[in-house]
Design a protein around this ligand. Sequence first.
Ligand code: PLP
Length: 367
Amino acid sequence: MSIPLLDLKAQYLTIKDDIDQAIQRVLDSSKFVLGPEMKAFEEEMAAYCGVKEAVAVGNGTDALLLALRGFGVGPGDEVITTPFTFFASAETIAALGATPVFVDIDPVTLNMDLNQLESKITPRTKAIIPVHIFGQMVDVERVMEIAARHDLKVLEDSAQAIGADYRGRKAASIGHAGTFSFFPTKNLGAYGDAGMIVTDDEDLAAHLRMLRFHGCKTKYYHDEVGYNSRMDELQAAILRVKFKHIDQWNAARREKAQIYNQLLEGLPLTLPGIDPEGTPVFHLYVLRTDKREELMAALKENGIGTAIYYPVPLHLQRVFRDLGYKEGDFPVAEKACSQAMALPCFPELTFEQQEAIANVIKGVYRG
Ligand SMILES: *Cc1c(COP(=O)(O)O)cnc(C)c1O
């Protein structure tokens, strides 16, 4: 038996002809950067999210970086985010010379604990980055209410949550801006790096278009120091093919999650906690268990891929030691890091594979 954590080849084979044609179309046009595929994909994504503007960039990290810069975040500012996320959510804050400020997470959803959010706001706070972890949305409307009271910007890190919604509103569409990553393993994955920022703010979008292109509106006339970060035409063409399937793929992920919930019910482990107001897209299906090492070893022995998301909370990362956080500061995030493990969860996963995975897990608990 061999069941990888994620099977990108299986997905490619289901759409091979369309992908191959899209790649050929770009090669024939020989337009590779800042071309019609990127522009079309921007329009499609803006419409999908229900916002005015979408700006395609080189990757999800640059999407965060450029959006924060567009908000005016810089040295001396503080930006609040979660310690239970991929490094980029806080890395980009620090990269701009600002200070990441962390808030502990909710023990059910593992998203930022909004009850503790307001207590982290200081006169230096400039923005809040709620991260929709594992594809489940934060209540961004509530974040926006808090932000409005303190005149702060809100950036939804939706790297894991394309297509998710909360009370009918799509991920990335509620904050002042939202970002996506199209890293190959994400729910909508490119065949390389790609990212996007969406927003209703047309001035911000115009600024972001300059920032991604060396700070210029007209080639060779530079108004500020920017970046070189565009989504290339090959990735845009590939993503446009895959984008047509995203709702169906997300629905399949939800179905797989539901099946795991049934198969694993009654075992002494914590299944993913769901906020009933939202529709998650299960970028990852993450269990919490005191037997993580045993479970991962048994699954590995049976050829089943698993992974730890995330082994170290960001406040305890070596690079942030100067921020002065210590163990015990965010107990919920720290406990999640000691217990969380992801099972294979992707649209092409079969029921038989899920049954086999559940049987290995049950075997461990039976001893
Ligand atoms: C993947 C990811 C990113 C970074 O995206 P890249 O495209 O890899 O740069 C940022 N935030 C979160 C939560 C992610 O999962």
